[in-house]
Design a protein around this ligand. Structure first.
Ligand SMILES: Nc1nc2c(ncn2[C@@H]2O[C@H](COP(=O)(O)OP(=O)(O)OP(=O)(O)O)[C@@H](O)[C@H]2O)c(=O)[nH]1
Ligand SMILES: [Mg+2]
Length: 342
């Protein structure tokens, strides 16, 4: 299925039903009083976050939603029926903004969170409400209120603690398979991954975090090269980024140090705050390096790159070094949470 993480929708709540003016007409009661009922409420539209939904694709095909009008009131004290509400289910992590102003309406961050998007109009009043001691036969009634309407932007930003950043083929999907139960496709060609995949990494029974595998990024992504850089938005809510590097690229003319620098430059072009996020280096495919020179090659790489943050040498394929990496991540996240909670 195609992965869609942006959509524009229009939502129209239903108008309230009109009230009615009517009088009782019964045999043997020559002048019955007013009996016009109220109109029913118009349908409202709600958004609900649902963790079983992964994309906004439904909103690409159908993007206009109209709740029905409430029924009009009728005679004999009959109230109009309220219209059904519409529930729009969307992935957890969907951010909803007002398209006209750009203002945030809601961040659907938790499963089953329910938010009113547009409220249906109230029903109008029937003439039975207007009866008074001076006016026993009122002809007034009111019309139903209009429903609210909005043009909204839906944007999915996956919620994960840790995100993987790397060139295509770096081994991001292989890593997430090694450390979680997620099973994204792995292949020896670039751009295997076309949508974010989330994996839960369990370090022990009670401690876990969520890792996001996102499509590979290449130099020039800001100008649209490869899949472009829009997938980077899925890293914006992570607390830690792992920059994965393929230490043994297929093309021998490629210098991994230059490539890594170019990737970091893309990141800063995309978003300065993303660039400022804690970022660790993960040197992958070390199983392909000659064992006696492995450490030397890795430390040379780090020195040439001028990397100051933490770094790890792993083999996502054999699992070597992965456990140490996940424990370090877990500790880092726990420390961050402790800092926030003071
Ligand atoms: N030898 C070796 N091969 C690896 C390792 N990790 C990944 N690979 C191989 O590298 C290739 C690419 O791996 P993927 O996990 O698909 O890479 P990716 O970063 O997800 O790539 P995209 O989804 O295209 O961005 C596959 O053929 C993997 O088997 C590793 O640690 N050692
Ligand atoms: Mg992949």
């Amino acid at each position: 299925m195609k992965f869609i993480d942006e959509a524009a929708i229009e939502v129209y709540a239903g108008k309230g039903g009109d009230g009615v003016a009517s009088f009782r007409r019964e045999k043997f009661i020559p002048k019955g009083g007013p009996d016009g009922g109220d109109g029913g409420r118009g349908g409202s539209i709600y958004a609900v976050a649902d963790r079983n939904i992964n994309t906004l694709i439904d909103y690409r095909y159908a993007h206009i939603f109209r709740a029905k009008k409430g029924q009009n009131g009728r005679g004999s004290d009959c109230y109009g029926k309220g219209a059904d509400d519409i529930i729009l289910r969307m992935p957890v992590g969907t951010v909803i903004t007002d398209r006209a102003t750009g203002n945030l309406i809601v961040d659907m961050a938790s499963n089953q969170q329910k938010v009113l998007l547009v409220k249906g109009g109230s029903g109008g009043l029937g003439n039975l409400h207007f009866k008074s001691s001076t006016n026993r036969a009122p002809r007034q009634f009111t019309q139903g209120e209009s429903g609210q309407e909005f043009e909204l932007k839906l944007e999915l930003k996956v919620l994960a603690d840790v995100g993987l950043l790397g060139l295509p083929n770096a081994g991001k999907s292989t890593l997430i398979r090694a450390v979680s139960a997620a099973r994204p496709k792995v292949a020896d060609y670039p751009f295997t991954t076309l949508k974010p995949n989330l994996g839960v990494v369990r370090v022990d029974q009670n401690r876990s975090f969520v890792m996001a595998d996102i499509p590979g990024l290449i130099e020039g992504a800001a100008e649209g090269a490869g899949l472009g850089h829009r997938f980077l938005k899925h890293l914006t809510r992570t607390r830690l980024i792992l920059h994965m590097v393929d230490m043994v690229p297929l093309d021998e003319n490629i210098d991994p140090v230059q490539e890594a620098k170019a990737l970091v430059a893309e990141l800063s072009k995309y978003d300065e705050t993303l660039y400022q996020k804690p970022r660790w280096l993960v040197l992958n495919k070390v199983d392909m390096l000659p064992e006696d020179r492995r450490e030397q090659i890795c430390s040379d790489f780090i020195r040439k790159l001028g990397w100051k943050e933490k770094s790890f040498a792993v083999s996502a394929l054999t699992g070597k070094g992965c456990k140490a990496l996940t424990y370090a991540i877990m500790e880092h996240l726990e420390q961050k949470i402790a800092e926030v909670e003071g």
